[in-house]
Design a protein around this ligand. Sequence first.
Ligand code: HPA
Length: 242
Amino acid sequence: MSIHLAAQAGEIAPHALMPGDPLRAQWIAETFLDEPRQYNTVRNMFGYTGSYQGIPVSVQGSGMGQPSMSIYATELMQDYEVKTIIRVGTCGAISSSVGLRDVIIANTASTDSAMNRHRFHGIDFAPGADFALLRHAVEVSEQRGLSAKVGGLFSSDLFYNDRPELAMQLAKYGVLAIEMEASALYTLALKHGAQALTVATVSDHILTGEATSAQERQETFGSMIELALETVKRNAESHSAG
Ligand code: HPA
C-alpha cells in the first residue's frame, strides 16, 4: 500500500499506461488486456493489472494536471517499482502542422508550472522523453501507418487560460499542442531512473476551434492505446534480450 494506491506488493506490473481519466483506465484494461484485475479504487482513481501478449501491464488513472499525475507516478515508481510509464492522453493542437485526431509522440514538455522552479531552485530543467521508448513508438507508428508526429508539448496548469497568445508564441517555437501532465511525468521518471513517454491524440484544435466527437475520440484513442501497448512490448523484449 502507498498513500493513494491500495495495491499489495507485486500487484502492479513494471510497465504502466496512464490515462488521465480513471474510466479510461477501466476501458483500456477491459478492452486491451488479458485477465485485468482491479487493484485500486481509492478516490475512484482506478488501477488495473493484466497482460498484453504475455507482458504484464498495469493501467493507472493519473487524474488531471501535474499535481495529481505527480502523486500517482511517484507512488508507482517509488513504492511499486514501476520502471516504464506511458501517458496516454488527449491534447489541444496549437500548431498548423498537426490536425484533429493526429497522434503526437512527445519528445519534450515545456510548462508554466512552478514545480521544477521549486525543485531546482530557479533552474529551468528540460524534461524529455526516454529515447528508447520514443524510438520504439516511432517505429511502431511507422509500421502501422499511423504517421504520428514527434514534437514538443506544453504542459499547462491552466485549462482555461487568460493568455491564449502565449500558446501562439509557443507554436512559433515548434510546440505542437497543449496538455496538462507530461512535464511532471518526464521530470519524475528521470528522478527515479525510470522510462517515460507521452502519446496524445489531438482532441481539439485551438487555432481553428474544431473538436472531435465522442465517437471519434474513442476510435483514435483505441489506435493510440495499441501503439502504446506495442511500444511497451518491444521495450520489454529489448530489455530481456539484452
Ligand atoms: N488544454 C489543455 N489540455 C488539453 C486540451 C487543451 O486545450 N485539450 C485536451 N487536453
